[in-house]
Design a binder for this molecule. Structure first.
Ligand code: GMT
Length: 386
């Protein structure tokens, strides 16, 4: 029998794809008998609902509130110190950090201190850590260095692998392994029950289409476009919109809908942990982002059998097959996206074809088990000294 591994995972604890993926990897590794230590600023969202276990541990990163440090961000140092502490007494095999800024750098600092006793470092890039934040000149040199010093680097899409090589000026001989993000296909299943939608819209008249969007409502998600697509479709055919998540673009979007007198046709639900029932009950998932390395929420929708309409940028075309599981258009092309929504909802037979193929492709390509096999094999390779 192969020995269980001792793995630490660092991620952002907030709602967001990178933290979700990191937590799911850790929990799945624990289910396979490994010991998993989460090192983070707060309990990661999905860990909050996990019971007590001898395989899963949480180590909180705490910063000093000493007044002299008031104007200094000490998180990377506090994180590195916690990594050193945990690695020293837990004899970690692997430290897997998600999101390069500043996690890959904290991992490198910890390794410098630990010397021979350091675990092997895996860095998983998630998107904005390469495309936006990491390549910002304020962070670029140290982020590039930390990526290059990782023992292994992974990305969730081929797009992000190329963007990393190009954005950081790293030669493409530097290995970056693409391990697609994955979804729990049992949780995100095509169980279609519109009752939850009637709770939100008691006057819903079937077969009124329901559009849905889930994100952190940041500028990169183009929330204004989500609203514009909805308004455009609504003019042709009355429909509803469900908005899940929160962030800076939420208030302007709500204001615009109120001004247009459409507030009753839209439900803003804020941050939610469980929304699979709503996803599965809706008709089209909207993802008109400016940039997206992958688009985890779109994958969750596809797993529920919900076709996606979005922009043809970044990693989105790697999970949404245009004309098969969804329809894509250039960023900002609201008219085209609205037409795509109408194309999908106007013919029930066409919608059913998209829905069936969406689920089939997810089962073929994005299941949790095979993705965890890849991470586990990577950890074992590194732990064995490769
Ligand atoms: O989408 C965000 O802004 C959040 C961000 C994160 O770090 O959680 O998401 C990124 O990682 C997700 C998980 O790998 C991907 O599904 C998202 O596409 C990616 N976001 C962007 O590239 C903008």
């Amino acid at each position: 029998m192969t020995e269980p591994l001792n793995v630490a995972i660092t991620c952002f604890p907030t709602f967001g794809g990178s933290g979700m993926v990191a937590t799911e990897i850790g929990l799945a590794m624990a289910d396979r008998g490994h010991r998993v230590h989460f090192i983070a600023k707060d309990l990661p969202v999905r860990l909050r609902f996990h019971g007590i276990s001898r395989k899963v541990y949480f180590h909180e990163v705490t910063e000093s509130d000493y007044p002299a440090l008031q104007h200094s961000n000490t998180y990377p140092i506090a994180l590195a110190s916690k990594m050193i502490e945990v690695a020293s007494y837990e004899r970690l095999d692997v430290l897997h950090v998600h999101y390069a800024v500043p996690h890959a750098t904290a991992a490198w600092m910890a390794r410098e201190v630990l010397g021979d006793k350091a675990p092997r470092i895996v860095t998983t890039l998630h998107g904005t850590d390469t495309t936006l934040v990491g390549v910002d000149p304020s962070y670029l040199p140290i982020t590039r260095f930390s990526i290059l010093r990782s023992d292994a680097v992974t990305t969730p899409s081929d797009f992000l692998r190329r963007a990393t090589w190009e954005g950081f000026g790293i030669p493409d001989s530097f290995p970056i392994e693409v391990i697609f993000n994955f979804v729990d296909t049992q949780r995100y299943a095509p169980v279609r029950d519109r009752a939850c939608l009637r709770v939100l819209f008691p006057d819903l008249r079937e077969p009124e289409p329901v559009l849905i969007h889930v994100s952190n409502f940041r500028a990169v998600k183009r929330i204004t476009d989500v609203v514009s697509i909805f308004m455009e479709v609504h003019q042709q055919r009355p429909c509803r919109l469900v908005m899940i998540g929160d962030g800076p673009e939420r208030s302007p979007a709500e204001r615009r809908l109120r001004e247009a007198g459409l507030e009753d046709r839209v439900a803003f639900l804020g941050k939610q942990d469980r929304f699979e029932e709503l996803l599965a009950a809706s008709d089209v998932f909207l993802l008109p982002s400016e940039q997206e390395s992958f688009g985890l929420a779109a994958l969750e929708a596809l797993s529920c059998g919900i076709p996606v309409v979005g922009s043809d940028i970044g990693g989105i075309p790697e999970l949404v097959t245009p004309g098969v599981t969804g329809l894509l258009a250039p960023v900002g092309d609201i008219q085209a996206m609205a037409r795509h929504v109408l194309t999908l909802v106007e013919t029930p037979e066409r919608w059913k074809g998209y829905s069936r193929r969406a689920r089939e492709q997810v089962l073929e390509r994005f299941q949790l088990g095979p993705a965890i096999d890849r991470y586990e094999a990577l950890y074992r390779r590194l732990a064995a000294g490769a």
